[in-house]
Design a protein around this ligand. Structure first.
Ligand SMILES: [Zn+2]
Length: 395
């Protein structure tokens, strides 16, 4: 079995299905569905994989708009997975271009479809909804909790962007809702009977500002007041804020989050109010698996795609959580104009451009060829696992 011939077969297979991939991309882009409402997108992607002989599980782990498509090889071997995302952003449709991630992942899977009967192992496509969710845990987090990634040896994905860049890290984030409950009173007649919940919020904000001097430089803390009272002449008995705390490292992040909770507790003590801190979600930083990265890198080079190394993304994704539990790698793929503002209407419009679609087909080939390398050289997966075991959970 000649490795180069197999690669050429995968490329040809992807070219052959490219009209269907681009049609899928256009359908998803023109029917944007936000977090956990991706009923049509998940259905279309799963239907296409089903049509080509993948065994499809819809709604795995109780996540309705998720799916897992599986294709077994000729014998036992590693499980290699490509990841699909397909959710849109509220208000701006596919302003993150996830329609292209879906098309690319399906393309990679279909590129390997006719090769699998000659390979040992299992190929999977995970359909992971709600990556953009800012209040509920994203799809990958819920799927991880349900255990469906157990036994997976490697996960890879590309994400559309204004440049092709290898992701080395990003920011872990915890989002918090902080609510104060005090005592209402007439603000002029008998304010001494009141306990001001708004003061609790404001002092939390001030305490957090004082904390900033004492945290590492990669930390970002940003927040808003979500409720500050109802009338100027009433001491507010309820007030609340939402904060997000970020760091390059998930362990250090938790130290800072606990300091922010202390800021709120101190504010409650000072104002004689009760505080409740609710952690909404935590996205962990991406642990970029360097063995998988080098495989992808070689295939980017082979496909003639220029790229930059070592991107530290000033954002957060639930792919980070996945990468902390399974050896994983994702990269940014240039699908959009340089300099474009991300998460915008412009990104949504360009997410079906000829350039974006050509890049997606090329990206699908890079994913397929990388999976093929992993199936043909399982030693790579052993090394990826060793690196993962050494680095996971370690600062
Ligand atoms: Zn995105």
């Amino acid at each position: 079995m000649d490795h180069r011939t197999l690669k050429e077969e995968a490329r040809t297979a992807i070219d052959a299905v490219s009209p269907e991939l681009l049609e899928l991309s256009r359908r998803i882009q023109s029917t944007p569905e936000i977090a956990y409402q991706e009923v049509q997108a998940a259905g279309w992607i799963a239907d296409l994989l089903d049509k080509y002989g993948f065994q499809v599980t819809r709604g795995p782990g109780g996540v309705d708009t998720a799916f897992i498509a599986t294709l077994r090889g000729k014998g036992p071997g590693p499980t290699v997975a490509v990841i699909a995302e397909y959710d849109a952003l509220p208000g701006v449709g596919h302003g993150c271009g996830h329609n292209l991630i879906a098309a690319g992942a399906v393309g990679a899977a279909l590129g390997l479809r006719e090769l699998m009967p000659r390979l040992d192992g299992v190929l999977k496509v995970f359909g992971t909804p709600a990556e953009e969710s800012t209040s509920d845990p994203g799809g990958k987090i819920r799927l991880l909790e349900s255990g469906v990634f157990e036994g997976v040896d490697a996960c890879i994905m590309f994400h559309p962007w204004t440049a092709t860049q290898l992701v080395e890290g990003d920011l872990a984030v915890t989002a918090l809702d902080i609510s104060f409950e005090g005592q209402a009173a007439h603000a002029a007649a008998d304010p001494w009977k009141g306990a001001n919940a708004l003061d609790g919020v404001l002092l939390t904000y001030m305490n957090v500002n004082a904390l900033r001097q004492h945290v590492k430089s990669d930390v970002r803390i940003h927040g808003i007041v979500t409720h500050g009272g109802d009338a100027a002449n009433v001491i507010p008995d309820k007030a609340s804020a939402r904060f997000a705390v970020r760091s390059l490292d998930k362990n250090y992040l938790q130290e800072v989050v606990s300091r922010v909770e202390d800021c709120a507790r101190g504010a409650a003590l000072a104002t004689k109010t009760q505080v409740t801190v609710k952690k909404l979600l935590t996205l962990e930083n991406t642990l970029s698996n360097h063995v998988l990265r080098d495989v992808v890198k070689a295939n980017l080079e082979a496909e003639g795609i220029d790229f930059e190394e070592e991107l530290f993304l000033p954002g957060s994704t639930d792919f980070g959580n996945l990468s902390q539990q399974v050896p994983a790698f994702w990269f940014m793929l240039k699908t959009h104009r340089t300099g474009l503002t991300w998460h915008s209407q412009d990104v949504a419009e360009e997410a079906v451009s000829e350039e974006a679609h050509a890049a997606t087909i090329a990206g699908a080939k890079v994913l397929a060829l990388s999976c093929l390398d992993l199936f043909l050289q399982p030693g790579l997966l052993t090394r990826a696992r060793q690196e993962f075991d050494r680095r996971a959970g370690v600062s």
